[in-house]
Design a protein around this ligand. Structure first.
Ligand SMILES: CC(C)(COP(=O)(O)OP(=O)(O)OC[C@H]1O[C@@H](n2cnc3c(N)ncnc32)[C@H](O)[C@@H]1OP(=O)(O)O)[C@@H](O)C(=O)NCCC(=O)NCCS
Length: 194
């Protein structure tokens, strides 16, 4: 049976190994192509454990974690993600920031992605935020690893009420599967007023 549950702060701790495994498996796919490391994953996820205002929407099939979606105050996110807001004269303290949504392929197309947004927006409201944002990697249209049948998520995000903001652009480093070392990836923000 598939269950969706919202966890906060320290409640995430027991799930770290499962979340790290899931993130590394899904982010290997286009468009992230992420060559993950367990060491980076543990550090990244520890931040959520330490923050009472963090959110994890977790999807389990039985005891197995098959999907997850995270959020936290933008002022607690990496400096790279706050930078475009500061540069645009926007206060990072006024925004709740959505991190990743990852779901095993067998569980896609049944509305869990919609539920990820619904639950994170509800948590943002409960914490007093009226502005939410997330960002997505920008890959060249002719990238050799782009699957020919890939359907971009832009339409899905627009239907959830998000607006693409090309003026809010972040640069974040990770190592692609095809790279020998990390390089900066351009990422564009999408925003919504609750
Ligand atoms: C993003 C993701 C979590 C969405 O999950 P999902 O449960 O398939 O989403 P839903 O079932 O709620 O459907 C969302 C949209 O995906 C599309 N969709 C339907 N079936 C799909 C499938 N089998 N695979 C991918 N997308 C599908 C639909 O168009 C739907 O949009 P609409 O209802 O507004 O028309 C999932 O595709 C995923 O894990 N992708 C890989 C990681 C990623 O790119 N994450 C986003 C950035 S962090």
């Amino acid at each position: 049976m598939v269950r969706v549950e919202v966890l906060e702060g320290a409640e995430l701790e027991p799930l770290i190994p499962e979340l790290a495994r899931l993130r590394m498996a899904i982010f290997r796919e286009w468009p992230y192509l992420y060559q993950g490391s367990l060491e980076y994953e543990s550090r990244y996820l520890a931040k959520f454990v330490a923050l009472p205002e963090s959110t994890l929407v977790v999807v389990r099939d039985g005891e197995r974690v098959v999907g997850a979606s995270t959020a936290l105050p933008l002022r607690e996110a990496e400096a790279e993600f706050q930078a475009p807001f500061v540069a645009a004269g926007l206060d990072p303290g006024a925004w709740y920031y959505f991190g990743e949504s990852v779901l095993e392929p067998a569980y896609r197309g049944r509305g869990i992605g919609v539920e990820f947004f619904r639950r994170r927006e509800a948590r943002a409201r409960a914490l007093g935020y009226r502005q939410v944002a997330f960002c997505a990697v920008e890959r060249p249209a002719d990238h050799p690893l782009r699957p020919p049948d890939y359907v971009p998520l832009d339409g899905f995000w627009q239907r959830r009420g998000y607006t693409r903001r090309p003026d809010l652009r972040a640069y974040f480093a990770w190592q692609d599967l095809s790279e020998a070392q990390e390089s900066l990836k351009p990422m564009v923000f999408w925003v919504k007023q609750l």
